[in-house]
Design a protein around this ligand. Structure first.
Ligand code: C2G
Length: 132
C-alpha cells in the first residue's frame, strides 16, 4: 500500500520555507496531498485576504513536482474529514502548529517539522513594502 502524506497551508507569497516543508513532507511517504487554505478561511481567521488568491496559490503548489494532488481547505475544523477523504497515513505540519493536531493520532501519524528560520510571508510583505 502506498503511504499518503497530507499537509495544509496558505502558501501565500510562496517562499523557500514553504518549499522545504513540502519537500520534507513528500519524503515521508509515496504520495503527497496538499490542502491550500481558502481565501474565505484566511479572511475569517486572520482578518485579511492573502496577496495571491486561492486559485493562484493552488496553481503554484500543484506545479511542484513532489505534489501529487491539491485541494481547497475550506475550514480548519474539517481536518479529520480531509484526512479520511484522502486516505492519509501521515499528517505533516510545521512546528508552529505543534500539539494542535494530536487528536488525529487515532487515524494517522502526526508529524510536526521544524520551520525554516528567518523567513515568513509577513516578513516578506514588510520587506517589500519598506523598499517600495
Ligand atoms: N513554514 C515553514 N517555515 C517557514 C514558514 C512556513 O516550515 N519559515 C510552513 C508552516 O509551518 C506550514 C506551511 O509552511 O506548515 C505553510 O505555512 P503557511 O502558509 O503560513 O500556512 P498556515 O497559514 O499556517 O496554514 O490548516 C492550516 C492552515 O491551512 C493555515
Amino acid at each position: 500500500m502506498p503511504r499518503t502524506v497530507i499537509t495544509f497551508g496558505t502558501f501565500d507569497v510562496f517562499h523557500v520555507g514553504h518549499l522545504r516543508v513540502i519537500e520534507r513532507a513528500a519524503a515521508l511517504g509515496d504520495r503527497l496531498v496538499v490542502g491550500v487554505s481558502a481565501d474565505a478561511l484566511n479572511l475569517r481567521k486572520k482578518g485579511r485576504e492573502p496577496v495571491f488568491n486561492q486559485r493562484e496559490r493552488l496553481e503554484i503548489v500543484a506545479a511542484l513536482r513532489m505534489v501529487d494532488e491539491v485541494f481547497v481547505e475550506e475550514s480548519l475544523e474539517l481536518k479529520r474529514e480531509y484526512i479520511e477523504r484522502y486516505d492519509a497515513n501521515v499528517l505533516v505540519m510545521g512546528d508552529d502548529w505543534r500539539g494542535r493536531f494530536d487528536e488525529f493520532a487515532d487515524i494517522c501519524e502526526v508529524v510536526y517539522l521544524p520551520r525554516t528560520p528567518a523567513i515568513s510571508t509577513t516578513a516578506l510583505i514588510e520587506k517589500i513594502s519598506s523598499t517600495g
